[in-house]
Design a protein around this ligand. Structure first.
Ligand SMILES: [Zn+2]
Length: 316
């Protein structure tokens, strides 16, 4: 079974044009898109953190986005939930109980709602509203610096602002998971001082293995060891290796590095979050990815168990 810490299913709904993937029923197998129900079945997918993308296009440029206004975000979440509910195969996971129940349900997939970046946040009370709508995984940053915190690909390289600290402390009082993928080093270091629970780096590579802005330093992440943390190794080309040198072995080096250091490697593909057109064919959809994981006997702890345990510990 696979527990994917970062699968942007919501982006498929709203950004399929930008992703250049045809939008049609998830009941049909279409290996030109990153995943669908037949692919999930074939690959052993069971659980996803499905991230809501809290930005919208702001101009013609490929990378021009602005944070959503809060009411826009709320309607995006409900649109996603409505879409998901069209399929009997999907169940939303809000609690430990939901999580353990889904394992007993054959041919059903559990979806945990996440949000990638809190740039939209203006008031702490909005976190409660999101939590009440079922969001359980909060990503501090996306690719730009925000009012809360610096991003690893931002300009200023700062850490948490005063409001950012307030938000991190507040999230620490909720039963949820904080996702520090995309956060700047200073943001990660400052969060470590004030956040009491487990964190994930949902979709990343290991900086010590391949040095890019996007990748997280194991040495920094490891400061969360006493509370528990996982690094979801992603399929994003820029995180794995030099373009043209991406293959399973190169990808697995990130996993083996973490396996040597302790039990913190997990999976966080970023499917539907980017293109993957420079990758090997097996990294271009859930079905191929499942096949290559099986062929290489990747351990169930990495694929599933650790992520499951971490969510069991931190969900209400
Ligand atoms: Zn991302």
């Amino acid at each position: 079974m696979i527990f994917d810490l970062h699968f942007d299913l919501e982006c498929y709904l709203t950004e399929h044009r930008a992703l250049k993937q045809r939008f049609h029923s998830l009941k049909r197998r279409d290996i030109k898109r990153h995943g669908d129900i037949p692919q999930f079945k074939a690959s052993g997918y069971k659980l996803f953190v499905a991230n809501i993308f809290p930005f919208t296009k702001n101009g013609k440029g490929r990378y021009q986005y602005r944070p959503l206004e809060f009411p826009e975000l709320i309607s995006k979440i409900s649109r996603f939930k409505d879409w998901i509910s069209e399929y009997d195969e999907f169940e939303l996971i809000f609690t430990k109980k939901d999580l353990s129940q889904i394992l007993k349900k054959k041919d059903k997939f559990g979806i945990i709602l996440g949000i990638e970046g809190l740039d939209f946040l203006k008031d702490i009370s909005e976190l409660d509203k999101l939590y009440n709508l079922g969001v359980r995984c909060f990503g501090l940053n996306w690719r730009d610096d925000s009012n809360l915190s610096g991003s690893s690909t931002g300009n200023k390289k700062f850490g948490l602002t005063k409001f950012g600290k307030e938000v991190v402390r507040y999230l620490g009082s909720l039963k949820c998971i904080l996702d520090l993928a995309h956060a700047s080093e200073a943001s990660i270091a400052e969060t470590e001082k004030i956040y009491p629970s487990s964190v994930i780096f949902s979709h990343t590579g290991v900086w010590e293995v391949y040095k890019t802005k996007r990748n997280v330093k194991f040495a920094l992440a490891n400061r969360f060891r006493d509370r528990g943390f996982l690094m979801g190794i992603c399929l994003v080309e820029d995180s794995i290796a030099k373009s043209g040198e991406i293959n399973f072995k190169k990808w697995y080096r990130h996993i083996s590095y973490l396996e040597e250091k302790g039990e913190v490697a997990a999976i966080g593909t970023d499917f539907f979050g980017t293109w993957f057109n420079r990758s090997i064919p097996e990294f271009r959809n859930a079905e191929g990815f499942g096949r290559i994981l099986r062929a290489n006997n990747v351990h169930p702890d990495i694929l599933f168990r650790r992520a499951y345990n971490l969510f069991m510990k931190n969900l209400p």
